[in-house]
Every structure is written in structure tokens, then in C-alpha cells.
Design a protein around this ligand. Structure first.
Ligand code: AMP
Ligand code: MG
Length: 420
């Protein structure tokens, strides 16, 4: 008789027998299995910064809408040959928002200001600083090309042109771009709601107790406010799920509630294989989540899975590992759940200011920052409990699984936190 495997119904499940997995495998598995889980709505564009476009945006209007002057000066029909030239001015002027209705005859010029539509008969503008004016006559030196200091209608954006694709997260400057292109409303994804849950009997919420009243075994919950702030900065709706004790029922109850309130959950702590590692125990016993042991430092125990259909990212408890795993794994996956594009962190090759011998086997990430000499410095300790190094750093130096001996001046890959 054939005995079938246990039904896992788990989008994160690895093939049977696979235990340690390289980071790139973990990332590509995540990438393959994530799809948007949020609804859509239409928003006025000025309220849409930080939201993800759910439909491509298409220009409704040329930008600029008409040929206009790039400078304050005098407009006429170009070109002007080499040498001095004199022109009579027409009466009146062309200003931004106050066009000149008449025609400027060949050989004459008109006073024109920046942004003004070019009147009929004008295709070139000379800068006022290059002009001598006496009464209603001007003189300046050529040569001046036809089209000098002119902005052409539609030279930036043409009506009907695609502007930004679905899945693009709107930056502040995108709002300006869309508005200038005549767009008033955009279809966006609802914000992804991401819950953050801490775990551990020793972990105390900041604000619940004064430091001097805590026993030496207690530690403040650093992960939860840190991760909530990071999620908010990325444009997600961060939901505080509190801190569970090391009692399985407490954890189960909070995850059950989370499943009705949020689209995804980040937990930290309790994912190793110790007696009090209840997140992983819950996964193991109730079979709804799968632990991945990813070959990275800091980090490794990372539990990924579904709880009642909601993706759970079970992060390590150490703040450094929790933060780094959030950047590396949760960040790109959450973006896809939110309707956005998978994100490859931005990286730069920068000369190292440090020496390091790295063993083969695991990918490794050092807390790092760019020094005043333009080289990248690494934090003095690699201990994953050293949260001071997170604050000190502005990014990570990334090493792949290979063995490596870095000496000062060697190029290394720097990933700024802002590039995740
Ligand atoms: P665990 O994975 O639960 O064994 O936790 C690993 C380490 O991270 C332990 O030293 C915990 O005390 C610490 N830790 C767990 N959760 C937090 C948290 N929310 N804030 C700060 N440290 C934590
Ligand atoms: Mg714990």
C-alpha cells in the first residue's frame, strides 16, 4: 500500500528532504509563490503618495501643453545670423497665463516671460540679460538658433503616452508627474495590513514598566516598535499585535485574531528548536507553517508559512537578525502581496575599509556604513544581539556563500537600507 504524505496545503513547503536552503533559492521560491492579496480603489492623485498603482497611468495631456518660453527675454522668428541685430518691439507682452493674442511680424520682437505661450510668429527667445533695450527697440548679438530657449509642446510627455505601470509604488515626485500629465484620479491597491507580533516570557513592552523595576532577566521589546516603524516607512499599514508569552495558547489565540485583521504577519522570536520556541513548535505540530533554514548569517531560523490563509514570516528573535531578515525576505515578499513589483535591493560596489575572512557555506551580511573617505566600514562586532550596530549602520555589506578574504581597498557589495 502506498502511504501518501501529510497534506500541508502550504505555499512555502519545500520538497521532502530539503532542509538547509541557499538564500537565492529561498528568494526565488518566495518570489514564485507571492501574489497580490489586497483590493483596489480609486483615489485622488494628491492622496496617493506611497500607494501602489493597480492600473497603468496614461497621460491625459501634453506636458508642456503648448510651445512656451524657457526664459525671460524677447521672442521673434529665428534664426539670427552672426553679428549685431536690432529689432522693433510690438506693443504688449506675453506672460505665463496671459497670452499675447496677436501675430508678431517677421523682423519684430515681443517682450516675453518664462512659461508664456509663444505667440504666433515667435519660435525663438533671446535672454533678457543678452539684450540692450532703448524705448521700443532692442539690440543683441547673434548667432541664435531657431528654437533657442523654446520648450516644445509635449516634449516631456505626450497625451496618451503610458506614464507608470501597474505595480509601481508612487513616490512624491510621481504625484507631480501624474498631475502635470493631466491625471486627477488613480486606481491603487488598498494598503497591505501587516501585523507585528513579538514572543517571549522575557520580553516586556516599552512603556509597560520603568527600566529600574525590571528584573535582570527581562528585556524590552525592541523588535516590535522597530518593525512597525519600518513597515510604516515602506508604505504598509502596520498593525501592532502585541507580545505573546511563551505559552502556546496565547500565541495561537493572537495568530487566530491576526488572521481576521491583517493580510500578513511578522513574528519575532521563538523560531529555533529550543523548548520555548513556540512559533516553530506550533508550526511543527499543527502543520500550518513550514520552517526554512536559510544559509545566511545573521538569521537562519526563518519560519515561513500560512496561518488560516495569512502569510506568516517567523523572524529570529535577535533584533539584528530580525531586522536583516525583514529587509532580505519580508520586504520583497510584502511588496508583491501589496500588489507591487518584486524588489531587488539596490547595491553598489565600494572599496572596503576593513579586513574580513569569511568561511564558505552561508551568505553573510555585515552592518556597514560609508565613511568620509568613501570606503565602506563594517561594525566592529558581528554579534547578532548587538543592536547598537544596527543604529550605527546605514546599510549592509553582502557576501554570497563563497569563501572570501577581503583586504582594505577590495570592492565589496554595499546595500543601503534605503535601497530595500
Ligand atoms: P528566541 O528566538 O526567542 O530564542 O530569541 C532570541 C534572542 O532574541 C533572545 O535573546 C531573546 O531574548 C531576544 N529577543 C526575542 N524577541 C525579542 C524582542 N522582541 N526584542 C528584543 N529582543 C528579543
Ligand atoms: Mg524566545
Amino acid at each position: 500500500m502506498i502511504s501518501p504524505p501529510k497534506l500541508r496545503n502550504d505555499c512555502f513547503a519545500l520538497p521532502p528532504g530539503v532542509d538547509w536552503i541557499p538564500m537565492e533559492t529561498a528568494l526565488s521560491t518566495l518570489r514564485d509563490r507571492m501574489t497580490p492579496v489586497v483590493g483596489q480603489r480609486v483615489l485622488p492623485v494628491d492622496q496617493a503618495a506611497g500607494m501602489v498603482l493597480a492600473a497603468p497611468a496614461q497621460a491625459q495631456r501634453n506636458n508642456p501643453p503648448a510651445d512656451n518660453s524657457a526664459v525671460d527675454g524677447f521672442g521673434f522668428a529665428g534664426p539670427v545670423p552672426d553679428g549685431p541685430v536690432e529689432m522693433a518691439l510690438v506693443e504688449g507682452r506675453a506672460a505665463a497665463g496671459v497670452p499675447y493674442g496677436g501675430n508678431v511680424p517677421v523682423g519684430m520682437a515681443i517682450r516675453i516671460l518664462t512659461g508664456a505661450i509663444l505667440p504666433e510668429g515667435v519660435d525663438s527667445v533671446v535672454l533678457q540679460e543678452d539684450v540692450a533695450r532703448e524705448g521700443e527697440r532692442i539690440a543683441f548679438n547673434g548667432p541664435l538658433k531657431k528654437g533657442a530657449n523654446r520648450r516644445l509642446a509635449g516634449e516631456d510627455v505626450r497625451a496618451g503616452q503610458p506614464l507608470l505601470p501597474a505595480g509601481h509604488r508612487l513616490q512624491p515626485q510621481d504625484i507631480g508627474f501624474l498631475v502635470a500629465s493631466g491625471i486627477s484620479d488613480v486606481t491603487v491597491f488598498e494598503r497591505l495590513r501587516v501585523g507585528v507580533l513579538s514572543n517571549g516570557d522575557e520580553v516586556v513592552s516599552a512603556g509597560d514598566s520603568a527600566p529600574e523595576t525590571l528584573g535582570p532577566g527581562a528585556i524590552f521589546d525592541a523588535n516590535r516598535p522597530m518593525l512597525l516603524a519600518q513597515l510604516t516607512q515602506w508604505g504598509f499599514e502596520a498593525v501592532d499585535l502585541g507580545c505573546a508569552s511563551d505559552a502556546r495558547d496565547d500565541l495561537r489565540g493572537r495568530l487566530d485574531r491576526a488572521a481576521t485583521e491583517v493580510d500578513a504577519v511578522l513574528t519575532s522570536g521563538g523560531v529555533s528548536t529550543g523548548d520555548e520556541d513556540h512559533v516553530s513548535a506550533l508550526l511543527r505540530d499543527e502543520g500550518q507553517i513550514t520552517s526554512w533554514r536559510i544559509a545566511i548569517k545573521p538569521g537562519r531560523p526563518l519560519a515561513l508559512g500560512l496561518w488560516k490563509g495569512v502569510p506568516i514570516f517567523g523572524l529570529p528573535g535577535n533584533p539584528v537578525a530580525a531586522f536583516v531578515c525583514t529587509l532580505l525576505f519580508a520586504r520583497p515578499a510584502l511588496e508583491v502581496l501589496a500588489g507591487g513589483q518584486w524588489r531587488q535591493p539596490q547595491g553598489f560596489d565600494v572599496p572596503a575599509a576593513f579586513e574580513k575572512r569569511k568561511k564558505p557555506g552561508r551568505a553573510e551580511f555585515l552592518r556597514a556604513r560609508i565613511g568620509s573617505d568613501g570606503r565602506v566600514e563594517a561594525f566592529s562586532s558581528e554579534g547578532s544581539g548587538r543592536i547598537s550596530g544596527l543604529s550605527w549602520s546605514t546599510g549592509l555589506v553582502a557576501f554570497d556563500e563563497a569563501e572570501r578574504h577581503v583586504t582594505p581597498g577590495d570592492p565589496v557589495r554595499f546595500l543601503p537600507y534605503a535601497g530595500f
